[in-house]
Write a protein that binds this ligand. Structure first.
Ligand code: GDP
Length: 440
């Protein structure tokens, strides 16, 4: 996420971080670089300029040149300002209605339907809600179908009325249906267009007036940079929405939209979409995003995700197995599956401070576990529980069965042995032994 911007900001601030003597000249030079990095990330010119001016004022106000660690202070000022620009505090969504009505708006292709599904899934699994998804796109049967596919995937009911060409009526019928069937959240997916047009705006504002939503969200593709900001402005002028959803932040997004949108429309970013799958949704926290942009990682989110997936009973079971030397490939597999549930590898690595930068040229492939899983699946139960029986001919068979090579099987066995050894040492409080092994 925002790799390019992170890298450029890091370079810009590098001078200050490293050098003892900092002069007014190199502060100015640094800020110029920061501004350039923001512009390259497609941040609006005016916002970029104001940003660096504010940082400069604050730096001078705090006598940055005479502090002990001027570099650190500058980084902090930039971080604080970035956080502020993206909205300050995180804002939740209003779920006070019964049912709470959430209206989705945005252009076609922005990711509206996908996000409607993600939000329904999020509210169902994390907030114990019973959502109803509503297909209000009366122009594209494929869109209605798509919502049904999404609904089936996450086990959420979808309300649609294929013959009806009146979105206001569909929405009203859906709300009546929700009340009758105990749905406490109604998520209305509306029709989008390829560009902002009057008819679409009229249609969505009619739905808005008729259903009086607690929350109107505007969905926008972050990859479109400045266009995203302009579209947001056009929608906000007509719809006065409550919050923004930025999708496709997993791609090669430059970051401009995330940084500029709040200050242009004065509405908070509430959620981000980070993938095509139903669980690729995150609450937007401006301070955590600022940390990530500045390459400081996002340990809080990482720990949260780990906690969500942490299964205490499973952990205890594994611990016992390690102590008894019974940790096998099946356990290894279940560990891998837990890690995978935490999100895409690239996303996770980006949350580790410094790792994004260190690994920026490494191709982190979400399929990297696939080979490992295939090899384990090609093992017999005996081989999984007691890997020491895996001899040359078994290696050959496993390689063949999993579409990998003997070398890959060897590598997996080596990694597995190393990991088992390390786990055993950590169990025995053997920090010292481990240090010895690492040659310290
Ligand atoms: P709609 O026309 O606004 O309803 O857009 P869709 O929900 O159909 O999404 C358009 C395309 O974007 C689809 O191919 C989605 O799979 C994809 N998409 C949606 N959200 C994300 C996201 O957060 N990341 C990525 N990589 N793709 C997404």
């Amino acid at each position: 996420m925002f790799d390019n911007l992170s890298e450029k900001l890091d370079k810009a601030l590098h001078v200050l971080k490293g050098h003892g003597s900092i002069t007014e000249v190199n502060v100015a030079e640094t800020l110029k670089e920061v501004r350039r990095a923001l512009l390259d990330a497609d941040v609006n010119f005016k916002i970029a300029k104001e940003f660096t001016n504010t940082v400069k004022e604050k730096a001078l106000g705090q006598n940055v040149l005479t502090t002990l660690q001027p570099g650190q202070l500058m980084v902090k000022l930039v971080k604080d300002e970035l956080t502020e620009l993206m909205g300050g505090d995180a804002e939740g969504i209003n779920l006070s209605g019964n049912p709470s009505i959430i209206l989705m708006s945005g252009l076609q292709g922005s990711g509206k339907t996908t996000f409607s599904g993600k939000l329904a899934n999020f509210l169902k699994t994390k907030k114990a809600k019973k959502p109803l998804l509503v297909a209000c796109d009366v122009y594209r049967p494929a869109a209605i179908n798509q919502l049904h596919v999404v609904g089936d995937q996450i086990g959420v009911e979808v309300f649609s009325d294929e013959g009806n060409k009146n979105p206001v009526q569909i929405a009203q019928n859906a709300i009546a249906h929700a009340k009758q069937n105990g749905h406490n959240v109604v998520i209305i997916d509306t029709a989008g267009r390829l560009a902002v047009d009057e008819e679409m705006m009229n249609e969505i504002s009619n739905v808005y007036k008729a259903v009086d939503p607690q929350e109107t969200l505007f969905v926008v593709d972050a990859m479109t940079g400045q266009d995203a900001v302009n579209t947001a402005k056009a929608f906000n002028d007509r719809l006065n929405f409550d919050g923004v959803v930025l999708t496709k932040l997993d791609g090669d997004t430059r970051g401009g939209a995330a940084i500029s949108i709040k200050s242009v429309v004065n509405k908070p970013i509430k959620f981000i979409g980070t993938g095509e799958k139903m669980d690729a949704i995150d609450v937007f926290y401006p301070n955590r995003m600022a940390d990530r942009i500045l390459g400081m990682g996002d340990v809080v989110s990482l720990v949260e995700r780990a906690q969500e997936q942490y299964d205490e009973e499973e952990a205890r079971k594994i611990q016992k197995k390690i102590a008894k030397n019974q940790f096998g490939f099946d356990d290894f597999l279940s560990q891998i599956q837990q890690i995978k549930k935490m999100g895409s590898m690239k996303d996770l690595v980006g949350m580790i401070p410094g790792a994004g930068k260190a690994l920026k040229d490494v191709d982190i492939d979400d399929d990297s576990f696939k080979h490992i899983e295939a090899m384990i699946h090609s093992m017999t139960i005996e081989e999984r529980t007691n890997p020491s029986v895996i001899n040359a001919s078994r290696k050959k068979r496993i390689g063949k069965g999993s579409g990998t090579s003997v070398q890959e099987v060897n590598q997996l066995l080596k990694q597995f042995n190393q990991m088992s050894k390390m786990m055993k040492m950590m169990q025995g409080g053997g920090g010292k032994k481990m240090m010895q092994m690492m040659g310290k």
